[in-house]
Design a binder for this molecule. Sequence first.
Ligand SMILES: [Zn+2]
Length: 315
Amino acid sequence: MSKNQVQHQKGYSLFEFMEDYGSEEQCRQAVFAWRFPNGYVCRECGHKGFCVLKTRNLLQCNRCKHQHSLISGTVFSSTKLPLKTWFMAIHLLSQSKTGLSAMELKRQLGVNYDTAWKIKHKLLQAMRESDDKQPIEGIIQLDDVYWGGERRGGKRGRGAAGKTPFVAAVALNKDGHPVKMKMSVVKGFRSQCIKKWANQHIKAGSLVISDGLPCFSAINKTSSEQLGFIVGGKLELLDHPAFKWVNVMIGNVKNSLRGSCHAVKANHLPRHLAEHCFRFNNRFDLRTILPKLAKAAVQTSAMPYRLLKLDDVYG
Ligand SMILES: [Zn+2]
């Protein structure tokens, strides 16, 4: 699909959303179907018969009487909000072209700012975990980036105090167009970090083009084949066509982060990067992005606030 086709594809309107997920019962049925794709199975005894205790909103196994809520163990766990509020947040976050700030989400959902912030970050975590399960492949442009300081400001890694390092990778199709991207915060540009990252995010047999930063040679030791593309350390050489797309994507994401959020803290950066990657990687089909994100939310374990605040990076 060309860039133009992406922009002009049929979206998923608010009317359609309200028809599909406008009531609490519709949302509950959707969560049930994603949670139990082959029908209910008791997690204690494996029995398939169950009943719903409506007064307490619990599912109960007919054999061992084990009870649990429909949302326990999902990202919605312990919420006091109706599921339809969460689904509305999923719709707004997934259909927005450039993302939605917690402040905008607060206004659209009619909740307070703290609640909107938590909803947003829990859903970004679901985006992150969903994208983490899908490694990229093909011809991959790879680059090292810093958030919070000038890119390649003379010193790398150890000298980059106060800056957050992340890896940016863009996979191209045979026509040289970008199809998927990954951006992950790393503890530093050390071989061990990069190897661990590449093992999870790049499929074996991919051709990786990098600028020859020593740590990227670690990818040789994974199953990928790295073409050491040495451009030296001079900024002007990075305009080389081989780096066009990865530089464009890095620029877009940085501009968007600067524009949509007042200050993206380093410990929240992994989820903000994942949000951009998830949206980019699913941009070809706006009609399936909601079920994809909602299903990911059902499959993402509970993310209490104390965990949302923590740093969680490759290292
Ligand atoms: Zn049971």
